[in-house]
Design a protein. Structure first.
Length: 161
């Protein structure tokens, strides 16, 4: 009959395992909390097109200043898109679809993800507010990436900031 010999008492081993699991759980929450966007009017459902544009500019500025990772920026852009859809529904207008067709730089890259390759917005200078709609973006063959965007119509927000 084999006997196991524990170099430390069993209760100590169990306590260490529980502590390790607890710390791993806390560590997994830290990146998510760090990437959470600050509260802005769209979160309450009462955003205007101007406030959405302001948030879009803030996202771009923070990415440019390396204060925000692209992963966190994409989450905020998705929330911005949802707020835009909610605003359109509440005010009775339809967002204008736009798309960019881009040649795939690495056609053999099977791990390419649409969300990572498409730009956050249709235009860098945000002439029109057009956040990425990753759910409608797609890859054609292995040569073309089609990035879909939804835009605020010009008559809904014309005032520049």
């Amino acid at each position: 009959m084999l006997r196991r010999r524990w170099p430390v008492p069993r209760t100590t081993v169990l306590r260490l395992r529980v502590a390790t699991v607890a710390l791993a759980g806390l560590a997994s929450l830290l990146p998510a909390a760090a990437s959470e966007p600050r509260q802005w009017p769209a979160a309450s459902g009462s955003a205007t097109a101007r406030e959405l544009r302001r948030e879009a500019r803030s996202i771009l500025r923070e990415v440019e200043d390396h204060q925000l990772s692209l992963t966190a920026a994409r989450v905020r852009v998705e929330r911005l898109l949802n707020a835009l859809k909610g605003l359109a529904e509440a005010e009775g207008w339809t967002p204008i679809p736009r798309r960019l067709e881009l040649t795939i730089a690495r056609p053999d890259d099977l791990d390419m993800r649409i969300e990572e390759e498409c730009p956050l917005f249709y235009e860098e200078e945000l002439v029109e507010l057009c956040p990425l709609d990753a759910s409608r973006s797609e890859i054609w063959g292995n040569q073309v990436l089609v990035c879909a965007f939804l835009c605020v119509p010009p008559d809904q927000e014309r005032a520049p900031e």
